[in-house]
Ligand binder design. Structure first.
Ligand SMILES: *Cc1c(COP(=O)(O)O)cnc(C)c1O
Length: 307
């Protein structure tokens, strides 16, 4: 049974609905595009961060963990959500941040401190080395009651929460699309949908061909890397958190037309990619596509004139 405190917190979350995205070109291709609005779950613990953290924290609390230690970038949605939940549940949190401490903390880092997370800054090479510690008890120097959570919450526990997103899809569909950082969310979707569905990930980082193997590993090679799922590598716009005028223009137009906010790190790139694939005729007429809005809108504060 889910930890009581987590259950209570979940009761306060918003409802993730399915919104149909109407555009003349989508209709002309005979496609239906729907957006699974996980961004509506919560302004901070939005989207896939709640999905992933739910059973991770349940796991940590089952060990009576008193402090969760994790890592992320200076605008990390993962640390932001973790700090908030820690604050809400009375669990201590510690964040190891990539790069030098900025003279003035950005809004994301300020929030972490406001929610009681302690933070440390490490060099990029130290940061990379931390990726070697893959188990909750494997970080050197860990004290009793401390729980180590890998970058982005990329653990098997995360898959269980993502499966609940799939369970909520109360319509017929052919394809599910999701943006990929660590591709944990994508792995959770692949694991949860029935065999007949196609799943497409959109990599937010450049040179992310390694992600397919990461997904295979998270799924214990249970789901062959066949036509059933793949990761689009062509819509990173120059790299992680890199943007172009075309991308920002797309996001602004999307917001104007559909009254739905996106952000340029993940969801904007995914939807840009989906639009491109539809226009290229990649999808068959009659197909219904569900794209997951994974939230993360707080990260928009990292982009000048774009919030
Ligand atoms: C963290 C994040 C992702 C990436 O999720 P992974 O499970 O690491 O692939 C996608 N979208 C948003 C908005 C995120 O914050």
């Amino acid at each position: 049974m889910l930890n009581k405190q987590l259950f209570a917190l979940e009761g306060k979350l918003g409802t993730s609905v399915l919104d149909k995205i109407e555009e003349p070109f989508i209709r002309e291709h005979g496609i239906e595009l729907w957006l699974k609005r996980d961004d509506l779950l919560h302004p901070v613990i939005s989207g896939n961060k709640w999905r992933k953290l739910k059973y991770i924290l349940d796991h940590a609390l089952s060990f009576n963990a008193r402090k969760i230690i994790s890592m992320g970038g200076a605008y990390s949605n993962h640390l932001h959500a973790l700090a908030y939940i820690g604050h809400a549940l009375g669990i201590k949190t510690h964040g190891i941040i990539r790069g030098e401490r900025p003279e003035v903390l950005n809004p994301t880092l300020s929030d972490l401190l406001a929610w009681g997370m302690t933070i440390d800054f490490v060099t990029r090479s130290e940061y990379r080395q931390l990726r070697a510690y893959k188990n909750h008890d494997s970080l050197p120097g860990l004290q009793a009651g401390e729980y180590w959570l890998v970058e982005g919450g990329a653990t098997v526990q995360a898959l269980q929460g993502v499966a609940e997103l799939v369970d909520e899809l109360a319509m017929d569909y052919d394809v599910v699309c999701a943006p990929c950082g660590t591709a944990t969310t994508l792995a959770g979707i692949i694991n949860a949908v029935s065999e007949a569905k196609q799943v497409i990930g959109f990599a937010a980082l450049k040179g992310a061909s390694f992600l397919a193997a990461d997904v295979q590993q998270m799924l214990n090679n249970k789901h062959g890397h066949n036509n059933r799922w793949y990761i689009e590598l062509g819509y990173h716009f120059g790299g992680f958190a890199k943007v172009s005028p075309a991308l920002l223009g797309f996001i602004n137009d999307f917001e104007q037309v559909h009254r739905i906010k996106l952000e340029p790190v993940y969801t904007g790139k995914m939807l840009y990619g989906i639009y491109a694939l539809i226009k290229q005729g990649y999808f068959k007429s009659g197909q219904k596509i569900i794209a997951v809005h994974t939230g993360g809108l707080q990260g928009n504060r990292g982009f000048a004139n774009f919030s």
